[in-house]
Design a protein around this ligand. Structure first.
Ligand SMILES: [Cu+2]
Length: 149
């Protein structure tokens, strides 16, 4: 009996260990440190298995994948307007995220999960206007961080 309990304890410890993936919070804001209608932070780097929680700090925003701007084997997601959405990222790569109502105002973010396997493909996705400009800044920031290592 005691052996069984010890074995169960070991299994539980192992389970808790694997469930220890990080959760990162990203605020959806009308106004943040770097401007209006933004995700803060806009460049999010996580490990595979981590969760990013897009928090509806201000209402009227959502978070969803930009079409085609995600690893080939990853599943797109779309959060509802004004609601928090938690997304667990299992597949390594670059994910483009947008707020549908404010895409035109450049409300986009980038989630990099582990190794940015699809970096070139993600860069090749055509974006419009302010979103293109903001995303280009995020690619530059990512490149600068990678170069600094
Ligand atoms: Cu928005």
């Amino acid at each position: 009996m005691r052996k069984t309990i010890l074995a169960m304890a070991a299994v539980l410890t192992a389970l808790v260990g694997t469930a220890c993936a990080a959760e990162v919070e990203v605020k959806m804001l009308n106004r943040g440190a770097e401007g209006v209608m933004i995700f803060e932070p806009a460049l999010i780097k996580v490990a595979p298995g981590d969760t990013v929680k897009f928090v509806a700090t201000d209402k009227g925003h959502n978070a969803e994948t930009i079409k085609g701007m995600l690893p080939a084997d990853a599943v797109p997601f779309a959060g509802k307007s004004g609601e928090d959405v938690a997304v667990t990222f299992d597949k390594p790569g670059v994910y483009g995220v947008k707020c549908l109502p404010h895409y035109g105002m450049g409300m986009v973010a980038m989630v990099v999960v582990g190794t940015p396997t699809n970096l070139d493909e993600a860069r090749a996705i055509p974006l419009a206007g302010k979103a293109k400009q903001v995303m280009a800044g995020l690619f530059d920031k990512l490149a600068a961080q990678t170069a600094a290592k």
